[in-house]
Design a protein around this ligand. Structure first.
Ligand code: ZN
Length: 95
């Protein structure tokens, strides 16, 4: 699955702000190590989890991309943030 490097997070009344997924979510460093992706399919959703570790501040988390398919075509991708243990930390955005 092609992964977007920018997602748009809903921020209440401020509209949508772009977030760089190729930078650390904690300290904005681009010095991150991306681990091996794990992917699977659930019905019309293609799910991929990507472990990320920041070499700069030591933060580690997982990005979960959920591609929504309509008749085999990707119509949207939702990006969630998870702890390294798989605990959901929140919704990062859509693209
Ligand atoms: Zn960092």
């Amino acid at each position: 699955m092609k992964k977007p490097s920018i997602v748009y997070a809903p921020l209440g009344t401020r509209g949508f702000d772009p977030i760089r997924t190729d930078r650390c979510l904690e300290c904005d460093s681009s010095d991150i190590a991306v681990g091996e992706a794990r992917g699977w399919t659930e019905g019309n959703r293609v799910i991929e989890e990507l472990p990320v570790e920041c070499r700069s501040c030591g933060a580690s988390y997982k990005l979960r991309y959920i591609g929504i398919l309509d008749e085999g075509r990707r119509v949207a991708t939702i990006v969630d943030v998870l702890s390294p243990e798989g605990e959901e930390l929140g919704w990062l955005g859509v693209c």
